[in-house]
Design a protein around this ligand. Sequence first.
Ligand code: FES
Length: 72
Amino acid sequence: MSNFGSQGVCMYVCLCHGVSDKKIKKLILNEGITDIRGIKKCTALGSQCGKCVRQTKEIINETLAGEYRQAS
Ligand code: FES
């Protein structure tokens, strides 16, 4: 398990298009986007080398798991 962006540190997930973990979390929490397809629609993430896709999926899962824990 990773801890992307913990302690307020901003990290670029997609270096090709400059998409940060903070931006991804914002899309999940504020816009209700819960899958990689939705993130790709809102950003250019994954459209070049694709190395960021796996990491983005982990961020989505961690963010959603955190929301679930907070709600219960
Ligand atoms: S790092 Fe995201 S497309 Fe290359």
